[in-house]
Design a binder for this molecule. Structure first.
Ligand SMILES: Nc1nc2c(ncn2[C@@H]2O[C@H](COP(=O)(O)OP(=O)(O)O)[C@@H](O)[C@H]2O)c(=O)[nH]1
Ligand SMILES: [Mg+2]
Length: 457
């Protein structure tokens, strides 16, 4: 059961721990009553007289005889607020025990403790935010780096919601046109011509395909950026994998072709998480290994290379380049980092512009490589579609079902099916699109979305 929006709720809205400022937030019909019980303004202004959003200096009682905490009060009495209800924020010293005491005072008045995400849930229920925007609020809170923050802010501004709403509006019009004709079926009256119906369905279908692609690409990125070590065998990839991941997972040996499968480790590049993948190495004919288990390892290596968001091309500084490596270097760089490995050993290879010299033995160049990988991973994240991961995962299925509905509608139109059948398919697409923005929702979906929030948001 969703919590009732008619209760007045309160929570500490600032981050846990000590800080210069702390915030206690209230929302609900009895905010004014609650404030009258706990807040005293320094000036003469009466809370009861306030009709418009107001900031007031004053103090809040702490329960103990006479103890009062100075604070600033921000009061939205008229519902022109985040939640669409009367809202107040008490800004004061960010000391956890003081904030707790202020919270307790409000609880003693008319308020109850807010549940996780309940302020944002109210904003959603009041129509202030759609579901993609509510998820964007969580994306902003959880953003671990500037790229994620950009994605979340864009979505909060309607980045993905707007096209979904537009598509829904267009399909609602279409359904209305089709359904208007039902009452006049005897007279064979139609409110939309078949060519126009076909045109509009094609347009909607194209738009939906674009949105599906966006969600799909973003959910790949949500599965962490994959950084894949590629290169000829024996160039030092597994040693680099071990040195970067701090693991002794990959077998290192003098014999080319030791790594048969692929290995994965999670890397943390200054807070930026990614997956590092070690492969068998892409073999050149010039290396001349007999076919056999190598070919399975080779298939795994090509597969991983294809899945890579970032490639790390590993070159051996102790020998000249082979043909395959020459060819690789001539190819457009894309999202590729070039490493000159084994730089501690006698060198046979001239410096290569942009390549990072490293040694897995002495550790030389590993920090520079980590920094470069961080930049490449961030760039890979930036290239994701403007959707936060939670939204992409939640909406993928609905968008697919909507697309299938539209496909069936188009098929019906091609085959000369009746308006009733076409309208039924358009309605299915509408229902699914409604789920993505939250115009149609089930409580368990809202529960899942909002329970991931912290209390106070
Ligand atoms: N001197 C030196 N030898 C290295 C370095 N990295 C790897 N090697 C050696 O090069 C050989 C191949 O290394 P490995 O990591 O298995 O290469 P892979 O086949 O590309 O995975 C092994 O004998 C390693 O000891 C390095 O930084 N310096
Ligand atoms: Mg290896």
């Amino acid at each position: 059961m969703l919590p009732s929006p008619d209760d007045t709720i309160v929570a500490i809205a600032s981050a846990p721990g000590g800080a210069a400022r702390g915030i206690v937030r209230l929302s609900g019909p009895d905010v004014r009553k609650c404030l009258e019980a706990v807040f005293q303004g320094t000036g003469a202004s009466e809370l009861s007289a306030m009709r418009r959003p107001t900031a007031l200096a004053g103090s809040i009682s702490l329960g103990r005889a006479g103890a009062r905490l100075p604070c600033d009060l921000y009061f939205w009495p008229d519902g022109h607020s985040y939640t669409g209800q009367p809202v107040a924020e008490i800004h004061t010293l960010g000391s956890p025990p003081l904030l707790q005491a202020a919270l307790d005072q409000c609880l003693r008045a008319e308020a109850r403790l807010a549940e996780p995400g309940e302020f944002t849930l109210r904003a959603f229920l009041a129509g202030r935010l759609d579901l993609t925007q509510a998820e964007a609020v969580l994306g902003v809170i959880d953003a671990a780096n500037p790229a994620e923050l950009d994605v979340a802010l864009n979505q909060l501004a309607g980045g993905v919601g707007a096209p979904l709403h537009q598509l829904r509006d267009a399909l609602l019009d279409l359904a209305a046109h089709l359904e208007a004709g039902f009452d006049f079926a005897d007279e064979d009256l139609s409110f939309i011509t078949r060519p126009e119906l076909r045109r509009q369905l094609d347009l909607a279908s194209q738009c939906l395909a674009g949105l599906c692609r966006q969600m799909a690409s973003r959910s790949d990125a949500a599965d962490l950026v994959r950084v894949v070590l590629i290169g000829s065998p024996n160039t030092g990839k597994s040693s680099l994998f071990n040195a970067l991941s701090g693991k002794i997972g990959a077998l290192v040996s003098d014999f080319p072709g030791t790594t048969r499968d692929y290995l994965i480790a999670q890397l943390n590049l200054d807070g930026l998480k990614c997956l590092l993948v070690d492969t068998a190495g892409l073999m050149d004919e010039s290396v001349g290994l007999a076919p056999g288990p190598e070919s399975a390892a080779q298939r795994a290596a090509s597969q991983q290379t294809a899945l890579a968001h970032v490639q790390v091309l590993c070159l051996d500084a102790t020998r000249p380049l082979n043909d395959w490596e020459e060819r690789q270097l001539r190819r457009p760089a894309g999202r590729r980092v070039v490493v000159l490995a084994k730089i501690d050993a006698p060198r046979q290879l001239a410096p290569i512009a942009g390549a990072i010299p490293t040694s897995s033995v002495t550790g030389e160049g590993l920090d520079a490589l980590r920094a470069e990988l961080g930049r490449a991973v961030l760039a890979a994240l930036h290239s994701g579609a403007p959707v936060v991961a939670g939204t992409a995962i939640r909406c993928r299925e609905s968008l697919c079902l909507a697309a299938e509905g539209l496909d069936r509608a188009r098929q019906l139109v091609r085959e000369g099916g009746g308006d009733e059948l076409v309208a039924a398919e358009v309605r299915i697409a509408l229902e699914e699109l409604g789920k993505t923005v939250g115009a149609v929702y089930a409580e368990d979906v809202l529960d899942r979305v909002f329970s991931r929030f912290c209390v106070g948001k």
